[in-house]
Design a protein around this ligand. Structure first.
Ligand SMILES: [Ca+2]
Ligand SMILES: [Ca+2]
Ligand SMILES: [Ca+2]
Length: 858
């Protein structure tokens, strides 16, 4: 939902008068400003601001984790929406994700001259530039300054770029020096082939471009070029004028090279020159008195009669709060009856908005309702005892089947993908840093040589996220999580056929076997194969070349599914073998914490699969016992003093022995758990508590009593946390949005409620779900696709190129862009930190939704 903006337009006469004055040259006519346009000022948060517009100059830096993430550089927040990003000196007209990004070397804010200046550095070219952004008239000037001329290699390459989100300009037009055009709805060129020697080196020398035996690579050519570009002259919310004060500007469509590309406005830097080498005047139009439309946060799934029901209303800082919000009951004849007028209680400011809370908890009567606040109204939602009964099913029925690797997945008339990666997998090269975060060291830690086939891995497993790798740790965590859901709730739900022998999956076709057990089996088959082959959890199985890794579409076409044979030529195949070296690589780092995660998952899977697949269950347990004994016998590497491994390393063994103890009920594991649990609770109570409370059934009575003190302390801290934002859940502020943490937090509350109901109430479980289902900042879509009345209908699944979604997938959610801008794009699926489904979040959600159903639904 893009806040459409409440337009408080000036009377028509005022506009005509302004236009008349402008025509007579009586205003700042050279810049086309209207008299009421106010200048930008630098605010306390150190960015430019006026009503309806923020201009941010590197308030965020390219963090480089996955490279150009389109959340840095000079950016526009235009009438509440981040329409432009990536304003910087870039080395190609339409930079891709793995193209080089500049490092921010310095940033100076000078309110006196209304200027923000940054120094950007490209280390590989020893090339520094400065970008100065200065408020001017109703807009700003942006200039690139050089102390030394451009390196020769970058002449005709380096330019001043600014990128505009395509979806916001679809069904809009532009004028270039008065010549009209329509923004391309779909990329339609032009492009040009260029010789390899022209290509600017990409990250680590990798290439996003598949030459496929051909020499040339491709670059985008301008869609239009000239001196002055007016974007969307017909739309006062989106109109932006860019005037090039030196040279020429060009409009490119980055989607010609990569589906996640944006429209790019670019001016090449003047060669062999110093001082000002490019300059624009930019004027985003602002609507006088513009105020963002309020967002009514509520649960799109509805509410159980007995649960708390809080609507959280998000208001523009300039908006005047109303006194109340109303709950209307929708009757069968369409009549709407006001059931409750609730006080809209001011909560205060969080990030950049003001918040009101309206509590409708007293309404318990089953029925259909909607919420009204001023002119805003929500869609309909139920209050009913069974609202949670089916909300987890799309995740199990559709999302997990679609993520299944090595399987053909069908749904009615549609094939999601063929059986993928049947050519898995080869031992990864040594001393290699992979672009998806994997790494190998100086040894393989396995009996296999780099490039040698590790047998038996083409079975089971899931595509980790919107990409197609098997990620060792998240794969293990998902097996553990699915097994925990089985252990706690035993859902017999069966709507999917899974035939491992035929590698065939059919969605919406029951086969007499519980779907959850079939998914646990899918995970256990891959885990067991890994432990059989190398005795530990793999770090990952992933494509070794970037031009295959960024694959979109059917996972079965990422590789050729034929085993690599170096005696054949590339693209030649014979007797089921192929000369194309595209088999995936197995990364095998020996990290004890990863291995413990795998051991715990094997143990948990063995319990779940007992009576369903006894040989696999027995093998999983045997492999877990053996690997645990081996890991314990190895000298533990020196513990790092700080950071992720220091905090989470010891938790991994704790969780493994908890799962081994639950699977075997053996004293050895319970005793080891008893040794580890108290130091872990003292060190990282928030993370150890869930594991600790899950162990109550295998420990003695004194254990639960001693643990109670930690729960009391947690409760005290929780009360403080609940006040940090109006939603009363922990909202993360990292580079990947925090829905997974919210799910984990609510799940901990579920376990604590079961063991200590006097300390932690069920409202702290459903509040996590309310947040996921629409009671959150920015908009009120449910973050679980196809769950709730309105839900994420565009997401970063492996079908994102189709601007689509996968039912039951859970996105990361609201990303807080520093210093104060919460964002979750709902018209553009490509920002992974906001919109990428992961199997981890989906599995945890499956547990939490079942937990809510158990707590309230019966
Ligand atoms: Ca991945
Ligand atoms: Ca089934
Ligand atoms: Ca192959």
């Amino acid at each position: 939902m893009i806040p459409p903006g409440r337009c408080e337009r000036p009377a028509r006469g005022v506009l005509l008068f302004g236009a008349l004055l402008a025509a007579l040259g009586l205003l700042a006519g050279a810049r086309g400003a209207l008299a009421e346009d106010k200048p930008l000022v630098i605010n306390a948060q150190q960015y430019f601001e006026k009503r309806g517009l923020d201009v941010r100059v590197f308030t965020g830096e390219y963090n480089g984790m996955f490279f150009d993430e389109k959340t840095a550089g000079v950016e526009l927040i235009h009438h509440g929406v981040r329409t432009a990003t990536g304003g910087a000196v870039r080395l190609s007209p339409t930079p891709e994700q793995w193209d080089q990004i500049p490092k921010l070397a310095a940033r100076k804010v000078d309110p006196e001259t209304a200027t923000i200046e940054v120094t950007l550095r490209y280390e590989a070219f020893d090339f520094e530039s400065r970008i100065a952004v200065t408020a001017d008239g109703a807009g700003f000037r942006i200039a690139v300054l050089l102390d030394k001329p451009l390196p020769a290699a970058l002449e005709g390459r380096a330019g001043l770029n600014l990128e505009f989100r395509p979806s916001l300009y679809w069904e809009h037009s532009y004028l270039v020096d008065g010549h009209p055009g329509i923004f391309p709805r779909y990329p339609a060129g032009p492009t040009t082939p260029l010789p390899p020697a022209k290509k600017i080196r990409q990250f680590e020398g990798f290439s996003t471009f598949d030459l496929h035996g051909h020499e040339d690579y491709v670059e985008a050519l301008p869609v239009a070029a000239g001196k002055t570009l007016v974007m969307a002259p017909e739309d006062p919310e989106r109109r932006v004028t860019i005037r090039c004060l030196s040279g020429e500007l060009s409009l490119f469509d980055g989607r010609n090279l990569a589906q996640n590309g944006w429209y790019v406005v670019c001016t090449l830097l003047a060669a062999k020159a110093t001082g000002k080498v490019a300059e624009w005047y930019v004027e985003p139009h602002t609507i006088p008195g513009w105020t963002r439309t309020p967002v009514i946060g509520f649960s799109q799934v509805g509410y159980h009669p007995s649960q708390p029901k809080r609507a959280v209303i998000e208001l523009d800082a300039n908006d005047t709060p109303l006194e109340s919000a109303s709950l209307f009951e929708i009757r069968p004849d369409g009549q709407e009856v006001e059931k409750l007028r609730a006080k809209a209680q001011p909560w205060g400011k969080y990030l950049r908005y003001n918040y009101l809370v309206a509590d409708f908890s007293s309404v318990r009567e089953p029925g259909l309702y909607r919420i009204q606040y001023g002119a805003q109204t929500t869609g309909a939602f139920p209050i009913a005892a069974d609202v949670y009964a089916r909300v987890w099913q799309p995740t199990l029925d559709v999302f997990f089947p679609v993520q299944m690797d090595h399987m053909f997945v069908n749904e009615a008339y549609r094939v999601w993908h063929g059986a993928a990666h049947l050519d898995d997998a080869l031992q990864a090269p040594l001393d290699e840093q992979h672009f998806d975060g994997y790494k190998t060291g100086a040894v393989t830690n396995t009996p296999y040589k780099p490039g040698e086939r590790i047998p038996g891995l083409a079975v089971g497993g899931w595509f980790d996220a919107g990409d197609f790798d098997i990620e060792g740790r998240s794969h293990a965590a998902v097996v553990s999580s699915l097994a925990a859901t089985w252990e706690a709730f035993h859902p017999q739900h069966d709507q999917t056929l899974v035939d491992q022998a035929l590698r065939f999956v059919d969605i919406h076709r029951p086969d007499g076997k519980p779907d959850l057990l079939q998914q646990i089996e899918q995970g256990a088959l891959q885990l067991a194969a890994e432990y059989r082959a190398i005795g530990r959890l793999v770090r990952g199985i992933v494509d070794g070349e970037l031009h295959r890794y960024h694959h979109l579409g059917d996972g079965s076409t990422q590789t050729d599914n034929l085993v690599y044979d170096p005696s054949l030529k590339p693209f030649e195949s014979k007797d089921g073998r192929s000369g194309t070296p595209d088999d995936r690589w197995v990364y095998t780092e020996a990290t004890p914490s990863s291995n413990y995660a795998g051991i715990g998952a094997l143990a948990a899977a063995s319990s779940a699969l007992r009576g369903f697949n006894d040989p696999l269950a027995a093998e999983c347990l045997a492999l877990a016992r053996k690997a645990y004994a081996e890991e314990r016998a190895r000298p533990a590497p020196a513990a790092p003093a700080a950071g992720f491994s220091a905090a989470f390393g010891p938790l991994a063994e704790l969780s493994a022995v908890q799962q081994l103890a639950a699977a075997t009920r053996e004293k050895e594991y319970a005793d080891r758990f008893g040794e580890l649990v108290w130091p872990a609770l003292d060190r990282t109570p928030g993370f150890a508590l869930q594991t600790a409370v899950r162990a109550i059934p295998v420990m003695d009575a004194a254990y639960a009593a001693r643990l109670r003190r930690y729960v009391e302390k947690y409760k005290t801290e929780l009360d403080g946390m609940l006040k940090q934002n109006p939603y009363g859940v922990p909202i993360g502020t990292g580079g990947w949005a925090g829905n997974a943490q919210v799910i984990g937090w609510a799940t901990t509350n579920y376990y604590l409620n079961k063991a200590y109901p006097d300390l932690v109430d069920t409202g702290l479980v459903t509040r996590g779900l309310d947040y996921l289902f629409g009671t959150h900042p920015v908009h009120n879509y449910s973050f679980v696709s196809a769950v709730g009345n309105r839900s994420k209908h565009l997401a970063y699944g492996n079908n994102r190129a189709d601007f689509s979604f996968i039912a039951g997938g859970v996105v990361p959610g609201v990303l807080v862009l520093k210093p104060d801008y919460p964002e979750n794009m709902d018209d553009w699926p490509f920002l992974w930190g906001e919109n990428e489904y992961t199997i981890g979040a989906a599995a945890s959600y499956l547990f939490l939704a079942n937990a809510a159903q158990e707590l309230l639904g019966r």
